[in-house]
Ligand binder design. Structure first.
Ligand code: PLP
Length: 341
């Protein structure tokens, strides 16, 4: 298959329309067969549930070319099951998980010409999403839904090496106790836009959100989970019912324990103890791990011992091992790599 004429290394993280997308409609209590279509537009009622009451959720994963030339994606079954959880919380119909994974495979195959080559650092980002499409004016779930998956090639997350970022402790909360922080709902992002723009205007890269009930514990940023390393090399990630369960973070904890022989802890992490950690990173599909060099709490600076120039040594080992597993240079645990072609 002939690749598209794209300068892969110059790609950023933006939307580029590709040839095909998957669309399935839910009507009269059932999902239809679904199709791959050229039509990149969505036409829905002016009164659609998603437009009036934000009934929507999404997922994000990547397809990429491995060292031996296969196109693969990473643990798509976990994205399918997380979207099931999102749908159930938002009173949306679940798209069956096996069909979900198959639809990802089909749409990536149909856009194989856009999957960046091995070594380019670029990937094909996959965006599955669902929304209430029928008219809703009284507050209730829609009766009809659309599930779509589009893909878009994205550039290497770190151009010229992973530089540690500076984040601030946020005064705004991203999730309510017993709210929707644990699901991937668009509404969680809508309410965080004000705060990320404000952070950027003040010179910070990200917001560190605290637990909304007591504001004493670390939760996550707007779109990535925290990972800390103690001075004696234990990998610690915050535990809370209002954190989105990152697949990258869960995979990194497994890698820490089973591949690197490190101690791991998933537990409550108090803001007060952050100054005692040796390393800090943000985990998510986009970057795998972004190193954090500095955390600013209302003028008080917490400088991580790993500094502002490079990833800490344990973070780096985790990053190299997980990306090695993804790219096929390190053997993957059973079921982690879905070969597409
Ligand atoms: C998607 C997301 C993450 C990262 O999850 P991955 O599965 O690792 O990509 C973390 N936090 C939030 C709020 C998210 O929406």
């Amino acid at each position: 298959m002939e690749k598209k004429n794209i300068d892969w290394s110059a790609l950023g993280f933006g939307y580029i329309q590709t040839d095909k997308r998957f669309v399935s409609n839910y009507k009269n209590g059932a999902w239809d067969e679904g199709v791959l279509t050229d039509d990149a537009t969505v036409v829905i009622s002016e009164c659609a549930g998603v437009l009036q009451y934000s009934q929507s959720c999404f997922e994000g994963l990547k397809a990429y070319t491995t060292q031996d030339g296969h196109i693969v994606c990473f643990r798509p079954d976990l994205n399918a099951s997380r979207m099931k959880d999102s749908c159930e919380r938002l009173e949306m119909p679940v798209f069956p998980e096996d069909r979900w994974v198959q639809a990802v495979v089909d749409v990536v195959k149909a856009n194989a010409a856009y999957v960046p080559p091995y070594g380019s650092g670029a990937t094909l980002y996959i965006r599955p999403y669902m929304f209430g499409s029928s008219a809703v004016i009284g507050v209730k779930p829609a009766e009809e839904y659309q599930f779509r998956i589009f893909t878009t090639p994205v550039g290497p997350y770190f151009k010229g090496g992973a530089k540690p970022i500076t984040i601030r402790v946020s005064d705004v909360d991203r999730a309510a106790p017993r709210g929707t922080g644990h699901i991937k709902a668009g509404l969680n992002y809508a309410m965080s836009l004000y705060n990320i723009v404000d952070a950027h205007n003040k010179g910070f890269d990200e917001n560190m959100y605290l637990d909304p009930a007591t504001r004493t514990k670390v939760e996550e940023t707007g779109g990535a989970n925290f990972l800390f390393v103690t001075k004696d090399n234990t990998v610690v990630t915050p535990k809370s019912s209002s954190i989105l369960p990152s697949i990258t973070r869960r995979s990194l904890l497994y890698v820490a324990k089973e591949y690197l022989g490190l101690k791991t802890e998933e537990r409550e992490v108090y803001l007060d103890e952050v100054r005692d950690f040796a390393e800090c990173g943000l985990c998510g599909t986009a970057a795998v791990i972004s190193p954090v060099g500095k955390i600013v709490d209302h003028g008080k600076e917490i400088c991580m011992p790993s500094g502002m120039n490079e990833m800490g040594p344990v973070t780096k080992k985790l990053y190299d091992t997980l990306t090695g597993i993804q790219m096929g240079s390190i053997e993957a645990p059973e079921g982690w790599i879905k070969v597409i072609e």
